[in-house]
Design a protein. Structure first.
Length: 263
C-alpha cells in the first residue's frame, strides 16, 4: 500500500463541502485510509451583491476563504484585477485559489493560516487612511473588521455567499458508525462542526463524542469541547496536509499504545 502505513484501515469521515473534499479524500486514500465523504455545508453564491464603493477605490481587498474567491470570480467573470488594489489572503489554500483565478496575492497569513495570524503581519499594524474591503460569506467573524478599524483603517465588508445545510440523509452514515465503521472525523471549522451535529441529531452526537476528532485550531478545539467532544486533536492548521498529518500522529500514538517498544 502506498503512503503512510499508520493510516491503513482507518475509516475517516470527511465533512468539507463537496466541491472542496476531493483533494482531502485523495490525500487520505494515498496515506492508506478510507475516506468517507459526508459534506455538511453547502455554499450558495448570493445574487444582487451590494458594493458600498467600486473595488478599484480600495487600497486592499481581503479574501477570507476559497469560497470567497470562487464567489467573487463568479460575479466578476472575465474582469481583470484592478492594478492599484493590493490583496490579503487568509490561508494557504485561499492564496492558491486566488493565484489560480488570476488574482495577485500581496500578503497572506502565515501558519496556522488564521485571522489572528493575518492580523499579526507587520504591514497591518498601522493602517491610518487605508481603505479595506473584506470579501466574505454572510455571518462571518467580525474579528478582522473590528481589529482593522481599531488600527485606523476604513473597512467595508461585502458578503458574496452564504453557508447552509445540504439536503443529506444521515441514516446510512449513522448505521455504519453504530457498527464501528468510522474511526475518526475531520472538521475544519466551528460552522462545519455545528452543521455536522445538527445533521446527526442526538444519536449522532453521542457517536461523535466517543470518536477521535481532528480540528485545525485551538479555537475549534474549545468549541468542540463545549459540544461534548472528548477526543479532540489539533492539527497545525486547516490545510489538507496538516489535517492528515495530525490523523497520522494519532494513528501512530494508538499503534504505540497497543504495541509498546520492547514488548
Amino acid at each position: 500500500m502506498n503512503g503512510n502505513p499508520a493510516l491503513a484501515g482507518w475509516r475517516v469521515l470527511v465533512t468539507r463541502p463537496e466541491a472542496q473534499a476531493g483533494p482531502l479524500c485523495e490525500r487520505l486514500a494515498a496515506a492508506g485510509a478510507e475516506p468517507v465523504p459526508f459534506p455538511v455545508m453547502e455554499i450558495r453564491f448570493l445574487d444582487g451583491v451590494h458594493w458600498p464603493a467600486p473595488l478599484e477605490s480600495f487600497d486592499y481587498a481581503l479574501f477570507v476563504s476559497v469560497n470567497a474567491v470562487a464567489a467573487f470570480r463568479a460575479q466578476a467573470a472575465g474582469a481583470g484585477w484592478p492594478a492599484g488594489v493590493k490583496t490579503l489572503a487568509i490561508g494557504r489554500q485561499t492564496a492558491a485559489a486566488m493565484t489560480a483565478a488570476g488574482i495577485p496575492v500581496s500578503l497572506a497569513a502565515p501558519s496556522p493560516f488564521t485571522s489572528e495570524a493575518l492580523l499579526a503581519l507587520p504591514d497591518l499594524q498601522r493602517l491610518a487612511d487605508c481603505s479595506i474591503v473584506i470579501l466574505r460569506g454572510r455571518g462571518g467573524r467580525e474579528l478582522i473588521r473590528e481589529t482593522l478599524r481599531q488600527r485606523g483603517a476604513r473597512v467595508e465588508a461585502v458578503e458574496l455567499y452564504e453557508r447552509g445545510l445540504p439536503e443529506a440523509d444521515p441514516a446510512p452514515l449513522l448505521q455504519r458508525w453504530h457498527g464501528g465503521g468510522i474511526d475518526a472525523v475531520l472538521v475544519t471549522s466551528n460552522a462545519i462542526l455545528d452543521n455536522l451535529l445538527e445533521l446527526l441529531g442526538e444519536a449522532g452526537r453521542e457517536l461523535l463524542r466517543r470518536t477521535p476528532l481532528i480540528v485545525p485550531s485551538e479555537r475549534t478545539r474549545a468549541h468542540a469541547s463545549r459540544q461534548g467532544c472528548e477526543q479532540v486533536r489539533v492539527a497545525d492548521n486547516a490545510t489538507d496536509a496538516a489535517m492528515v498529518a495530525a490523523l497520522a500522529r494519532l494513528a501512530a500514538d494508538r499503534a504505540s499504545a497497543h504495541h509498546p517498544s520492547g514488548s
